[in-house]
Design a protein around this ligand. Structure first.
Ligand SMILES: *Cc1c(COP(=O)(O)O)cnc(C)c1O
Length: 239
């Protein structure tokens, strides 16, 4: 085993242990939570090792890095999640490799994703990114729609050809009433999810929790955690 493979294996084992413990503490089955490894800033060779180690879901946040990496790993059976702020001029590229876009936060993006999915003759999974610290009608600093904009966006995705509404995603806010209160933030996301599922029963994915707060997310009821640093190591800045 190479040094890097041994390192990633050890990190993965630790993350797995954390997820398993959090599930046990919450009385949830381990299978209820899917680990997505965020590979941004790390090379395709790491993605390849992660696949060998059993990882099947990876996430990226910038198309410029993600597109060549996904191409280099096209022979692997992986589900690619796009989790970054997405400009409409990148949509056509993202559709080429992403299975799920977790950062849908405005109607204009829905229109662009739908057109690209139809053109590419494929169905794209969409999560609405919720900015828990955004004021009504605004978007979050790191993307995301304010909670009161979720219903309208859900309707737009639900009606858009080529798109499938899968659920919600959030990043715990650094500012506002939820700053430093990850569990409360994720509980709030679960409430928004319950309301969403009343009208869209299949939209049951809840993507929340990262390296620092995955336990809070699992406790709240997240179905997917997005872990970068704890698996791959600390990124150089600007990751
Ligand atoms: C980078 C990133 C993560 C992973 O963060 P870590 O703290 O490295 O685990 C999760 N979600 C999104 C949207 C990210 O951009």
């Amino acid at each position: 085993m190479t040094d890097r493979k041994a390192e990633l294996a050890a990190n993965l084992a630790q993350v797995e242990e954390r997820i398993a413990s959090a599930c046990a503490a919450a009385g949830r089955k381990r299978e209820e939570v899917t680990l997505i490894v965020v590979t941004k800033t790390y090379p395709a060779s790491d993605v390849r090792i992660l696949h060998q180690l059993g990882v099947r879901h990876v996430a990226e946040n910038r198309d410029q890095d993600a597109a060549p990496k996904a191409t280099a790993c096209a022979d692997l059976s992986l589900t690619w999640h796009f989790v970054g702020q997405l400009q409409t001029n990148k949509v056509r590229s993202v559709i080429g490799y992403a299975d799920v876009v977790q950062s849908v936060d405005r109607a204009k993006l829905v229109t662009a994703l739908s057109a690209a999915a139809v053109r590419g003759e494929r169905e794209l999974g969409c999560l609405i990114q919720v900015a828990l610290d955004a004021e009504s009608g605004e978007r979050g600093e790191r993307g995301g729609v304010a909670p009161d904009g979720v219903a309208e966006l859900a309707a737009a995705i639900g009606a858009a050809p080529g798109l499938r509404l899968d659920g919600l995603m959030t990043v715990a806010p650094l500012a506002g009433e939820f700053a430093g209160r990850q569990r409360a933030a994720f509980d709030r996301l679960m409430e928004i999810s319950s309301r969403l599922r009343a009208g869209h029963p299949a939209a049951n994915m809840v993507s929340a929790g990262m390296s620092g707060d995955l336990e809070d997310a699992v406790a709240a009821g997240a179905t997917h955690v997005r872990v970068g640093t704890a698996v791959l190591g600390v990124r150089p800045r600007l990751g």
